[in-house]
Design a protein around this ligand. Structure first.
Ligand code: DQA
Length: 146
């Protein structure tokens, strides 16, 4: 069983970037916590961060047939990308959409997501803990189905 964690544009700047919205954890901090938890559950995990919409879509295509669950923070592509939606739909891998900030408490353009209706679920506003909670769910699902 293999889980893929995808981080979209500007998330490489976590820790520096608008801590009021995104907290002080770096992407490396978040990934380290995820790897530690996955390891303790004997689940393999991979992560990928990119600022490129094309690279993100290519990575999703590559996941077809070898990834069982995706945890994705699509960042700004959430609100803009039909292509990202189509990629996730094409591979048909269950996914949870994560946002560090509560997008519904922010600008109206962040209230719409092209991905949410196809997601297993959405976590928004719980900071870096959101990723760990999503991972917990994915582990449960994959362990039950094992
Ligand atoms: C975000 C929310 C998005 O609106 C924003 O563009 C991001 C990060 C979040 O994690 O809260 O880059 O996905």
């Amino acid at each position: 069983k293999h889980i893929l964690v995808l981080h979209g544009p500007n998330l490489n700047m976590l820790g520096v970037r608008e801590p009021k919205h995104y907290g002080s954890d770096t992407l490396a901090d978040i990934n380290a916590q995820l790897y530690q938890r996955a390891k303790s559950a004997y689940i393999s995990l991979s992560d990928f961060q990119t600022n490129s919409e094309a690279a993100l879509i290519d990575r999703i295509h590559e996941a077809h047939g070898n990834i069982d669950f995706i945890i994705i923070n699509p960042a700004a592509f959430t609100h803009t990308s039909v292509a990202l939606r189509d990629a996730l739909s094409a591979v048909a891998i269950p996914y949870i959409e994560i946002h560090l900030s509560n997008v519904f408490a922010r600008e109206p353009f962040r209230h719409h997501s092209y991905l949410s209706d196809l997601a297993v679920g959405v976590i928004s506003g719980l900071g870096s803990q959101g990723y760990l909670l999503a991972l917990e769910y994915a582990i449960n699902q994959l362990t039950i189905k094992a």
